[in-house]
Write a protein that binds this ligand. Structure first.
Ligand SMILES: Nc1ncnc2[nH]cnc12
Ligand SMILES: [Zn+2]
Length: 363
């Protein structure tokens, strides 16, 4: 049966098969901030356990949190809340618990490979060392691999609203952790405008000169225009772009990104919540597919944006009438763009093929 022709079958309609297919599809996540997976329930538990007094303006209950999360005006409005929320994280075990809870959610969504961000500078401000944060999260990564079969990578992000000299200090403090193999990538996040990527050139070149195999990525083209994407590629030498929605503004850039297999890590629910788009249907999913721009689908800050990776896949399914073949392209590109071993990629490819074969006869 072909996509869209639901008239002649018994059993579930095509769209039901499509939804089952998407649920079963092995997924790779490349854009999730572990601090953004802090659910309100754990946030309040940690506040009590760690004796953290949240400001009077902070929501008092889980329900009030959800109400607050339903009306972020933009990225900055979200970030102002997010940095306060994460102040309840104080000890290595808190970070372990946070990571473990995320990996269980990812596992339930059939996410088999996950590359996770963390923001050490946001914790250093409160006296929490980069070692405590990294070791706690690394233990969670090991747990995910051993107990849940998820391969993982840890990506340290620099906060672009802080001075680049502080970013460089953070990079220097992190060198031993990269050396130990606890951190595998470098990223750049927080308020995009007016902090262009070239401010952080030295931070990126220091890491890549010491550890050439470390993956480089940066948030760009979320609220910033396409020049932020261009400059992340030319000045930071990243091989991946986080968000990158505004790549759509330049035909030359679309061509460049496609030809050089730069993967964009799209985050549909995040873009809607932070009003990057008013509707997920506005995302350039068709444009990117037609032009061979590789992208993956991710959750960004799922505790705040109302859904983990599967919800983001389903949101795309809901708005774009993608075929089984389109989904296979998305899923194979997200494997190809992952920073895991070639053997792991082969395993993931064959798992995707199995699900594709199962549903190819049905859809
Ligand atoms: N969507 C986002 N953009 C930039 N920085 C972030 N940090 C957490 N979520 C972010
Ligand atoms: Zn992000």
């Amino acid at each position: 049966m072909k996509n869209g022709d639901a008239s002649t079958t018994s059993g579930p309609a095509t769209s039901d098969h499509m939804e089952h297919f998407i649920r079963e599809l092995p997924k790779c996540e490349h854009h999730v901030h572990l601090e953004g997976t802090l659910e309100p329930e754990l946030l309040f538990q940690l506040a009590e356990r760690n004796g953290v007094a949240l400001p009077d303006t902070f929501p008092k209950t889980v329900a009030e949190c959800h109400e607050r999360y339903s009306r972020f005006k933009d990225l900055q409005d979200f970030l102002d809340h997010y940095y306060v929320g994460m102040s309840v994280l104080k000890h290595e075990d808190d970070f372990f618990e946070l990571g473990k809870a995320y990996f269980h959610k990812a596992h339930a969504d059939r996410c088999l490979h996950s590359e996770v961000f963390f923001d050490p500078q946001a914790h250093a401000e409160r006296g929490v060392s980069i070692e405590s944060v990294t070791r706690g999260l690394n233990r969670a990564c090991q747990y995910a691999t051993k107990q849940l079969g998820i391969s993982t990578r840890l990506i340290m992000c620099l906060l672009r609203h802080l001075p680049p000299t502080e970013g460089l200090d953070t990079v220097k403090q992190s060198l031993t952790l990269y050396e130990e193999g606890l951190i595998h990538g470098l990223g750049l996040d927080s308020s995009e405008k007016p902090f262009p990527p070239e401010l952080f050139t030295e931070c990126y070149s220091l890491i890549s000169s010491k550890f050439p195999s470390v993956g480089l990525t940066a948030h760009a083209g979320e609220e910033g225009d396409h020049s932020y994407v261009q400059k992340s590629l030319s000045h930071l030498n990243v091989t991946r772009i986080d968000h990158g929605v505004n790549t759509k503004q330049s035909e030359d850039l679309i061509k460049h990104v496609a030809e050089n297999e730069i993967m964009l890590t799209l985050c549909p629910l995040s873009n809607k919540k932070l009003q990057v788009v008013q509707d997920i249907a506005e995302l350039p999913v068709d444009l990117f597919l037609r032009n061979g721009v590789p992208f993956s689908i991710n959750s960004d800050d799922p505790a705040y944006f109302g859904g983990y990776i599967l919800d983001n896949y389903l949101a795309v399914h809901d708005k774009f009438n993608l075929s089984l073949t389109d989904w296979c392209v998305i899923s194979k590109n997200s494997i190809k763009g992952s920073w895991c071993s070639e053997d792991r990629k082969k395993e993931l490819h064959s798992l995707v093929d199995k699900v594709f074969d199962k549903y190819n006869d049905l859809i």
